[in-house]
Design a protein around this ligand. Structure first.
Ligand SMILES: Cc1cc2nc3c(=O)[nH]c(=O)nc-3n(C[C@H](O)[C@H](O)[C@H](O)COP(=O)(O)O)c2cc1C
Length: 364
């Protein structure tokens, strides 16, 4: 176990390191999304192209995430597939049968289409949460489909979407994920939060950047925090730039959030949730898996992807997943170069065995 070194004031330290005779005091309490307890209050973020069943299964095996989420699913595409009596989207791989709690995220700008899909997810798939994407800044979604973060300029429509999805989902809670606004000089997250709550959502997640920021700059957690006093009923989940157990602890200590959500950092470190969960519980933080364990993890990830997509496609998909595991490590470039042309499982096993980077890069 690694001793957690935190830059906390003495009061916070006292909270974390409670006396041995008492239960360690929680830095962050579990919270509820409707009837669902999120415990620990640390959520795995939806990430298109990444947080499929294979990734979620790995996160689940390490533990520490109180709620897992799929990639975003396009509601219009889902309805179209239904009309063609075709198989449901690949992005719903695993959703019908995998353990709960599980949130499925959907996007579109048409309230009726969103409601139709919300109902299917609630009734047929029996998901724990239907989450609505109002944060995606990608052109395909904003300019072409007037959805995702594009809707932050249209709170009325956001409200109608949420109301109709909530009505269609019955007892299944509906949540919303937003950014702070469209641009830095059009931050309207407080107004939006009130619309989200007023329309009947059960939780709000805020990524502390604007749509125009894309991923530039830093997430503004002060802006996230400012939303809290304006919510009377629903929990607030903060998101952005959390890449260590220390940062998660710090976010709970400094900002008025009920939960936190982790995205990019978990792609190469799916064990991060378990480390963060231990830290907020005041328990010793589990060490990173050893090199051998990480190599085994890559093979496990590959096997899970193969089960769905077959070896050929799994090799192509694994090119990007494997690179995440190597990111920030010395030797990552060589590993990436080799993985980029991966064609067969045998090649993958050999690359993982011989070229998976051994150590973290030293920051200069
Ligand atoms: C590759 C990628 C795909 C993403 N896909 C989604 C998505 O499908 N739905 C969503 O709400 N956010 C999506 N996001 C945004 C993340 O959920 C998260 O809000 C953002 O990355 C900030 O958190 P982080 O700093 O922990 O990465 C995506 C981010 C990345 C990097």
């Amino acid at each position: 176990m690694v001793a957690l070194s935190l830059e906390l004031p003495p009061t916070a330290m006292t909270t974390l390191a409670s006396t041995p005779t008492s239960e360690p005091k929680l830095l962050a309490e579990p919270f509820f999304i409707g009837p669902l307890e999120v415990n620990p209050p640390i959520l795995q973020a939806p990430m298109a192209g990444f947080t499929n069943y294979a990734f979620r299964q790995i996160v689940r095996e390490y533990g520490g995430a109180g709620l897992l989420a799929t990639e975003m699913v396009n509601a219009r595409g889902f309805v179209w597939l239904d009309e063609q009596e075709a198989e449901h989207p690949d992005r719903l791989w695993g959703v019908a049968d995998e353990p709960r709690p599980l949130a499925v995220q959907i996007w579109d700008n048409d309230p009726a289409t969103m409601a139709k899909v919300g109902e299917r997810l609630a009734q047929q798939y029996r998901v724990s949460v239907v989450d609505i994407n109002f944060g995606c800044p990608v052109r395909q979604v904003t300019q072409k489909a007037h959805s995702g973060s594009y809707l932050l300029r249209d709170p009325d429509r956001m409200g109608r979407i949420i109301e109709q999805v909530v009505a269609a989902c019955g007892s299944t809670p509906v949540t919303a994920k937003i950014r702070l606004g469209c641009t830095r000089d059009q931050i309207n997250a407080i107004d939006i939060a009130q619309v989200v709550e007023g329309a009947g959502a059960a939780a709000l997640t805020v990524h502390g950047r604007t749509a125009a920021d894309m991923f530039r700059g830093s997430a503004d957690w002060d802006q996230i925090s400012k939303i809290k006093p304006h919510l009377s009923r629903i929990p607030l989940i903060g998101n952005g730039d959390l890449d260590s157990a220390e940062k998660v602890v710090d976010a709970f200590r400094r900002y008025a959030v009920d939960g936190v959500m982790i995205a990019r950092a978990s792609l190469g470190k799916p064990w991060l949730f378990s480390q963060a969960a231990a830290a907020v519980r005041g328990q010793p933080v589990p060490e990173e898996p050893t090199l051998t364990e990480q190599q085994e993890l890559l093979i496990h990830h590959f096997d899970l992807v193969c089960q769905r997509f077959g070896e050929k496609k799994a090799c192509i998909l694994m090119r990007k997943y494997a690179c995440c595991y190597a990111q920030g490590r010395r030797g990552a470039r060589e590993f990436r170069k080799r993985v980029a042309t991966l064609e067969t499982p045998e090649e993958f096993y050999a690359i993982v065995k011989n070229f998976f980077p051994r150590e973290e890069a030293v920051e200069i």
